[in-house]
Design a protein around this ligand. Structure first.
Ligand SMILES: NC(=O)c1ccc[n+]([C@@H]2O[C@H](COP(=O)([O-])OP(=O)(O)OC[C@H]3O[C@@H](n4cnc5c(N)ncnc54)[C@H](OP(=O)(O)O)[C@@H]3O)[C@@H](O)[C@H]2O)c1
Length: 329
């Protein structure tokens, strides 16, 4: 398959930026769709990348943006679902993880876009414990099914689904969140401390996307993506504390207190650190059953080889910001 023009939905986000940078380096022409163009300043300067403000939930607008594209990559996802239903409200899980992928598939078929990569998540499952997992499960199932039906109908959209465990990298919201907590507080009460994760480096996720774009062996497939090692949440937070030189005491909470902490954090105004839905997601271990897919041609990086660099840099930046605040500059 000859792919040149790639449209990335969600290309301005944490994972999206890394994918877009790698696509640009590999000489693809990339169109990034975003709600706010200024959110993607670092992408605007890339020579083969255009960043376009678009409402991807508008079927006609989405179709227009996909016209003439050789591939679409849908990375749009949310960790906290809103009520949805009307434009002023935060989107619901159902709208973002199910209705939007359905619309993306329809637009690809309608506009003759022959290739679609879809971002799901490890643990996605229509019968899962959380709304996040159930809607991600429904979304990936409909994308794979649409690919099969299209093939049987003689139409042409080759789909690939990716299901990563938690993703780490310089701007992640996972390790950086815990780094902030252990630096600020002497005691950190930790919900779901025994939940297991197998974190994968964001650059490795991006490599898998770029490698699969024109690779026929990945058509119609779904790939679980994990790093080389699994950890309990308590082990990860202890590792982060060690890396940032914190002596914070990590106190694992039992199931009942974990739930209550999630409920309290869900009710707090502002950016949500955790919700009950996240608590339900963590009831299932987030680890891969097998090794990293060999067909991508590389081994994923260990967390210990990457995280010290950016967590310690973040610590230095935090200290510098502290000095500036004190000096009122
Ligand atoms: N990060 C992880 O550990 C992890 C693990 C497994 C799976 N995933 C999946 O990977 C994907 C990317 O995750 P990420 O960490 O990069 O997320 P992110 O940084 O929050 O980026 C999400 C992107 O989706 C777009 N988006 C969010 N809500 C939207 C809405 N209501 N309407 C239109 N666009 C919306 C945002 O675009 P604009 O704001 O620019 O419009 C943003 O570019 C998601 O599907 C996520 O579920 C992530």
């Amino acid at each position: 398959m000859n792919i040149k023009n790639v449209c990335v939905l969600g290309g301005s986000g944490f994972v999206g930026r890394h994918i877009v940078h790698q696509l640009a380096r590999a000489d693809y022409h990339v169109r990034v769709l975003t709600r706010r163009r200024e959110r993607a300043k670092d992408l605007i300067v890339l020579p083969t990348v255009e960043v376009v403000e678009a409402n991807v939930f508008d079927a006609r607008e989405l179709a227009r943006q996909l016209t003439g594209m050789d591939a679409a990559i849908n990375l749009i996802g949310i960790l906290h679902g809103g009520a949805g239903g009307s434009p002023g409200r935060a989107r619901s899980f159902e709208e973002v993880h199910v209705a939007l992928p359905r619309q993306v598939v329809a637009a690809c078929l309608g506009e003759g876009v022959p290739r679609l990569l879809h971002m799901s998540a490890l643990g996605a499952n229509r019968g899962g414990s959380s709304a996040y997992q159930r809607t991600k499960g429904a979304g990936e199932a409909l994308v794979l099914e649409a690919g099969r039906i299209a093939r049987a109908d003689g139409r042409n959209v080759a789909v690939t689904v990716f299901r990563p465990s938690v993703i780490f990298g310089p701007e992640d919201t996972f390790l950086n969140l815990f780094a902030g907590l252990v630096r600020r507080f002497p005691v950190v009460p930790l919900a779901n401390a025994q939940a297991r994760f197998q974190p994968i480096y964001v650059e490795d996720v991006a490599r898998a996307y770029v490698a699969s774009l024109g690779e026929p062996r990945t058509f119609g497939q779904a790939y679980d993506l994990c790093g080389p090692a699994s950890y309990t949440l308590a082990e990860l937070v202890a590792l982060v504390a060690r890396l940032v030189g914190s002596h914070a005491r990590i106190v694992p909470l039992g199931r009942r207190f974990s739930y209550l902490q999630a409920l309290a954090l869900e009710c707090m105004p502002g950016r949500k650190l955790m919700t009950r839905d996240n608590f339900y997601s963590m009831r299932t271990d987030n680890v891969c059953a097998g090794a990293f897919p060999a067909l991508f041609g590389f081994d994923p990086m260990p967390l210990e080889a990457v995280a010290p660099g950016y967590l310690q840099e973040g610590m230095a930046r935090g200290r510098y910001d502290g000095f500036r605040r004190k000096a009122r500059r």
